[in-house]
Design a protein around this ligand. Structure first.
Ligand code: T6T
Length: 315
């Protein structure tokens, strides 16, 4: 492996520009989100498009059909061959996307991470996301407050192992729940980012643990699936459900009592800032290495004041 890599170095690999330099006048940007048509990424993309056109840049936005690294890598490969000045990307796996993104970088393409990030911090020029660990802690505090002193079991639903954001949320949640002795944390389970899988896991957990008092869904699909399962078991409002994100369905579920709290992110801000950073990086200007955008806990009590945090299903 190593010898092959060395042999290929600087000697005209596919798509190689030869010098690894970014043309400061390149006006083409690419945005690769984690999944097509999903409101978190739709909100990010709408804001990114707006910022790009305001600054006179073209933004080519693409996404895999599912939150899936193989398809995302393929899309990235296609985009690298079009030589944009920067690729703004939400990597769907914190390791698998490292090699193709390193390849992009070697081709003179600035890499900007939005939402998710690689474990290897040396490839991107900047990373923008919520403070996901803190978001998990906030979810645990919110859940503990909703449950009160009642003793019982609590379940966290993660998505896919290797997703930087939801891994950090699950960790923050687990470490914070440990501070509440009345709450017994069940082993965290993975939904593969499928609502139906989340629903199955919640149904099975209810059957096996009649003392279940709380569930945390670490992202949109996972929380939506958990809400469905609790509703079908007539447990809405008895088992407290804290979700992450604020899709139209999640907001409806909060209003109609199928969900008790949502930790909302600001995907529009991430998309807009991502474009600004990408443009600055193309021009060779300094950019902040890492920035955390705000989150907020939305409950029935404050929902009417938080409409600016609701995600969009389309621009
Ligand atoms: O929660 C967001 C995002 O932050 C996460 O990285 C992946 O899932 C979402 O896109 C929601 O589906």
């Amino acid at each position: 492996g190593a010898a092959l890599l060395l042999a290929g170095c600087g000697s005209g690999q596919i798509g190689d520009t030869g010098n690894g330099q970014t043309d400061p006048n390149n006006k083409n940007l690419a945005l690769i989100t984690g999944m097509r048509g999903e409101p978190f990424y739709v909100s990010m993309e709408c804001a990114a498009q707006q910022e790009a056109s305001a600054q006179g840049y073209q933004l080519n936005a693409q996404a895999p059909e599912k939150f899936e690294q193989a398809e995302q890598s393929q899309i990235l490969g296609g985009i690298v061959s079009t030589k944009p000045g920067a690729v703004i990307i939400a990597p769907t796996d914190d390791k698998a996307l490292a090699a193709p993104l390193q390849q992009a970088k070697s081709n003179g393409i600035q890499v900007v991470e939005v939402d998710t990030a690689l474990e290897d911090r040396s490839i991107s020029v900047t990373s923008l996301s919520s403070d996901n660990y803190a978001g998990g802690q906030l979810a645990a505090q919110t859940l503990a407050q909703l449950v009160g002193d009642k003793p019982g079991s609590v379940l966290a639903l993660n998505t896919k192992a290797g997703t930087s954001t939801t891994d950090a949320r699950a960790k923050g949640f687990e470490e914070e729940i440990a501070k509440h002795p009345n709450l017994k944390l069940l082993p965290t389970q993975y939904t593969e980012n499928e609502a139906a899988t989340a629903a199955q896991i919640v149904s099975a957990t209810l059957a096996a643990n009649p003392d279940l008092v709380g569930v945390f869904g670490t992202n949109l699909n996972t929380g939506e699936g958990a809400a469905t399962a609790l509703f079908n078991a007539s447990k809405s409002g008895q088992v407290q459900l804290v979700g992450f994100d604020a899709s139209p369905k999640q907001v409806d579920d909060l209003r109609n009592g199928r969900v008790q709290a949502l930790i909302a992110q600001n995907p529009g801000k991430i998309g807009q800032e991502g474009v600004k950073r990408a443009i600055a990086a193309i021009k060779g200007q300094p950019v902040e290495r890492e920035t955390k955008t705000e989150m907020i806990a939305i409950t029935k009590d404050n929902i009417d004041q938080q409409a600016q945090y609701f995600y969009k299903a389309h621009c």
